[in-house]
Design a protein around this ligand. Structure first.
Ligand code: RTP
Ligand code: MG
Length: 140
């Protein structure tokens, strides 16, 4: 297994409920290192670009509205097998189906407001990190 980097977002429901530290504790306990982190207000254009792959889905408008409804924390996580590992730590998209101990099971209230994003492939991790981070803002 190789050391990988993945891209993470703590979504507006996390910042709104003051859960950034609690979620980061789960991330770090799982052995993932937070090697880049920034709190931002996403613009509509940024959110539309980020979730472009879903632009034909019925929930797209709602998703963009939610992602711009408050601050988010964008992160680069590093570790062994980080992409798959973080997806496991996050839990299923729908918190009702997420396993015990996962971030979404512990903190999320609905499929729309599900607390975290994590890249789903090495290719997307690279693209997503590049959308929000410059090399100088990541220190592994
Ligand atoms: P993410 O991209 O945010 O990490 O989530 P994911 O891979 O687990 O799920 P994905 O299928 O990529 O969906 C992206 C986000 O869209 C919202 N969603 N809403 N109302 C709905 O039925 C519905 N389905 C998806 C969720 O916020 C999901 O995380
Ligand atoms: Mg996804």
């Amino acid at each position: 297994m190789a050391t990988e980097r993945t891209f993470s977002i703590l979504k507006p429901d996390a910042t709104k409920r003051n859960l950034t530290g609690a979620v980061n504790a789960v991330i770090e306990k799982a052995g993932l290192r937070i090697v880049g982190q920034r709190r931002i207000q996403m613009s509509k254009a940024q959110a539309e670009k980020f979730y472009e792959v879903h632009n034909a889905r019925p929930f797209f408008g709602e998703l963009v509205e939610f992602m711009t409804s408050g601050p988010v924390v964008v992160q680069v996580l590093e570790g062994e097998n980080a992409i798959a590992k973080y997806r496991e730590v996050m839990g299923a998209t729908n918190p009702a189906q997420a396993a015990e101990g996962t971030i979404r099971k512990t903190f999320s209230e609905s499929v729309g407001e599900n607390t975290v994003h994590g890249s789903d492939s090495a290719e997307n991790a690279k693209l997503e990190i590049a959308q929000f981070f410059q090399d100088a803002d990541i220190a592994g």
